[in-house]
Design a binder for this molecule. Structure first.
Ligand SMILES: Nc1ncnc2c1ncn2[C@@H]1O[C@H](COP(=O)(O)OP(=O)(O)OP(=O)(O)O)[C@@H](O)[C@H]1O
Ligand SMILES: [Mg+2]
Length: 205
């Protein structure tokens, strides 16, 4: 998500140079450049575009343009995505997706790193110990929350109590993945049984 998305919408309602200057002025009014613009700046930029919309866009089109920009702005308030997790490459995809969404919201690098670590651990477990599952991400701007959910239809986690108590000796890894996720989260829930595992990690940002 970047300035191109805003530009593309403006171009449908304004001639090229006018779309360009309107966007650049709105960005400058917000103290931004095309490079520094991020999705979370969108509500402010849309507000600054209002004078151009009134001046240059035909009356009947003004409402349509406002609602198209508003829909884009909605993405800066809430994002929900899901990804199937089956193979090792899906772990990298999930990490990248998490990083991008954090970047779009302007989430701090510390919180981003926590989220990427959580996504890594949970998706890698799905790939290592089950035949597949999914990861769901939801980020909201008010309240500032990130929810990461990993679900699979594997055989469930044995020794869960031991794992959560830090007393588990893993054969395949350090055995600290799930406990690490719990420690990084503000709210952590896990349901696991013979028909699968469902883990939910929530953080404020
Ligand atoms: N989704 C899952 N389905 C079934 N079993 C799982 C699942 N996730 C984890 N496990 C089991 O729980 C154990 C502990 O997982 P955890 O992620 O905490 O450590 P680990 O994967 O063994 O090592 P690492 O520290 O490298 O993650 C695993 O060894 C595995 O046996
Ligand atoms: Mg693990």
């Amino acid at each position: 998500m970047n300035h191109h998305h805003v530009h593309a919408i403006l171009l449908r309602y304004l001639p090229g140079t006018l779309a360009e200057t309107s966007l650049d002025h709105a960005l400058a009014d917000c103290g931004l450049s095309r490079q520094s613009f991020q999705l979370h700046h969108l509500p402010d930029v849309i507000a600054k575009l209002e004078s151009s919309i009134r001046l240059f866009v035909d009356g009947p089109d003004q409402g349509k343009l406002r609602s198209e920009l508003g829909a884009l702005g909605g993405l800066s308030q809430r994002r929900a995505l899901s990804l199937d997790i089956v193979e090792e490459a899906d772990v990298s995809r999930a990490r990248l997706l998490m990083k991008r969404v954090c970047n779009d919201f302007g989430i701090s690098s510390v919180a981003t790193q926590k989220c990427v670590t959580i996504v890594s651990e949970l998706t890698r477990n799905i790939v290592s110990y089950t035949s597949g599952g999914s990861m769901e991400l939801e980020v909201t701007a008010s309240p500032r929350r990130i929810c990461i959910r990993a679900k699979d239809t594997g055989g469930g986690i044995k020794n869960l109590d031991q794992i959560l108590a830090g007393a588990y000796q893993s054969r395949t890894g350090l055995g600290k993945g799930i406990l690490g996720v719990k420690r990084l989260s503000d709210d952590f829930q896990i349901k696991s049984g013979p028909s699968g595992t469902d883990i939910r990690a929530e953080l404020g940002w």
